[in-house]
Design a protein. Structure first.
Ligand SMILES: [Zn+2]
Length: 264
């Protein structure tokens, strides 16, 4: 990827991250992400465009509202920077000239849409323990459409979504019967269906494996540090999101390595 492509993807990522912040703030409350325009969370004053430039406005205003001096969360610039970093990484892993090569248009769009959804779901789950339906349902539909016109194909997307939903639903039921607690919600089931719609079924197993290892490590770590018990509810969507980001970037490398070294 050329430095120019990287710069364009980075700026685009900052702008998309700015919109993701609106989604993260409004979707769990059932509010529209299109109207009204951005407002200060404390005093509800509409934010002028010059105070709404990703990262820069937050730095310039010292993380405060121009009108009421209320604190604007660090989450805003962090989500914008994270989205930019993930977008650039997807361009690097895809290789070639993703912005001028027409054959890479669909694979790039697929990677960027999935990445944006994963960032939004991760932060929303962290803040509210919820994975809003508008994000997961939009994601399943977008994943199927992009797979249908891409290398994976419609059946590849449908198979990935079905296996993702079925696998996590089965784990959820087994856990419920064995431990008597609801370890994860249906939001997690829909989220893995979404991931499968974008990445296909082999990647679903990579995501399940990575997220379980990550979730178990964090759960055991918190228990050892006395910050929780084995019954503490963890927002599993965070681990699904991180695992899916890894799988979308290096899933094929992991699968090839597994098939090549572990099974032979
Ligand atoms: Zn304010």
């Amino acid at each position: 990827m050329t430095p120019q492509d990287g710069a364009v993807l980075g700026v685009f990522g900052l702008m998309v991250g700015s919109f993701l912040n609106v989604c993260i703030s409004r979707l769990p409350a059932g509010q529209s992400v299109l109207a009204p325009s951005s407002r200060c969370p404390s005093c509800a004053t509409p934010i002028a465009w010059r105070d709404n430039v990703p990262v820069l406005s937050w730095l310039w205003l010292g993380g405060q509202c121009r009108n009421c001096r209320g604190t604007i969360s660090r989450r805003y610039p962090l989500v914008e920077l994270a989205t930019a970093a993930v977008f650039i990484s997807q361009g690097v892993v895809l290789g070639g000239s993703p912005l001028s090569d027409p054959t890479l248009a669909v694979p790039l769009a697929s990677r960027l849409v999935l990445s944006a959804l994963l960032v939004a779901l991760l932060v929303t789950d962290l803040e509210t323990f919820r994975l809003p339906n508008p994000l997961t349902f939009f994601g399943i539909a977008a994943g199927l459409c992009l797979s249908a016109i891409g290398p994976l194909g419609l059946w590849g997307g449908l198979l990935g979504a079905s296996i993702g939903a079925a696998a996590l639903f089965a784990i959820r039921e087994i856990w419920k019967r064995a431990r008597g607690v609801e370890a994860m919600g249906l939001g997690d089931v829909k989220m893995l269906a979404m991931i499968g719609a974008f990445l296909g079924w082999p990647h679903v197993w990579v995501v399940l494996l990575l997220s379980s290892v990550l979730g178990a490590s964090i759960g055991i770590g918190l228990t050892v540090m006395g910050r929780g018990t084995m019954q503490t509810k963890l927002p599993f969507g965070i681990f699904l999101s991180l695992a899916a980001l890894v799988a979308s970037l290096w899933g094929q490398v992991l699968i090839d390595w597994y098939l090549g070294t572990v099974l032979t």
